[in-house]
Design a protein around this ligand. Structure first.
Ligand code: SF4
Length: 185
């Protein structure tokens, strides 16, 4: 049986407002790994958002990336425009810029939480696909509620907030599932 849009909104409300804080508080009590727990909550949230997102248009989805995806030695300032990337291959912004052109995506780079909120206020999207660490994604999903956010966890081979990486296939998969990519290539 398919849930009605109203029921989907209610389930999401309960998930974000009650399940998230309860699970995170319980995890703290039992000293569970916060990132792993958060990743599970993000997957749960994503399933709910993708169900809802199927009802919206592709151009109403935006992508928000964290600034730390850019290689720290890159001399370019690309916070406002990812397409300034010269595609040198030192970081994943190369593939993201190419994917953005291929699929005609709205890709935005946030330098922090308030910058992400400003992007959302200006773009007024129906759905957001956001890349960040588990902690920032959990905060973002809660702060930006009720706008649905699909969270994609980054990788941090050099530690937090530095030269982070993301699998472009994870972003493509999320966008396809939500209807943000209509082509099949
Ligand atoms: S791929 Fe783009 S953003 Fe990354 S280091 Fe090279 S020019 Fe800079």
């Amino acid at each position: 049986m398919t849930d009605s849009p109203r029921m989907q909104r209610l389930i999401r409300f309960i998930t974000i407002k009650a399940v998230f804080p309860l699970v995170l508080a319980a995890g703290k009590l039992i000293k569970a790994d916060r990132d792993r727990l958060s990743a599970r909550l993000i997957r749960l949230n994503n399933r709910l958002v993708i169900k809802m997102a199927r009802q919206i248009k592709a151009d109403q989805i935006i992508v928000i990336l964290p600034h730390c995806l850019q290689n720290e030695n890159c001399e370019l300032k690309i916070t406002s425009d990812i397409y300034k990337c010269k595609r040198c291959g030192r970081c994943d912004l190369e593939k993201l810029a190419s994917a953005g052109e291929r699929y005609n995506l709205s890709i935005n780079i946030a330098t922090g939480g308030s910058s992400a909120i400003r992007i959302v206020k200006e773009a007024k999207p129906q759905v957001i696909a956001a890349v960040a660490c588990e902690r920032d994604l959990i905060s973002g999903i809660r702060d930006i509620y009720p706008i649905p956010v699909i969270g994609i966890c980054n990788r941090r081979p050099d530690g937090p907030c530095r030269n982070t990486r993301v699998d472009i296939s994870d972003i493509e998969e999320a966008l396809r599932a939500a209807g943000g990519i209509r082509t099949t290539d």
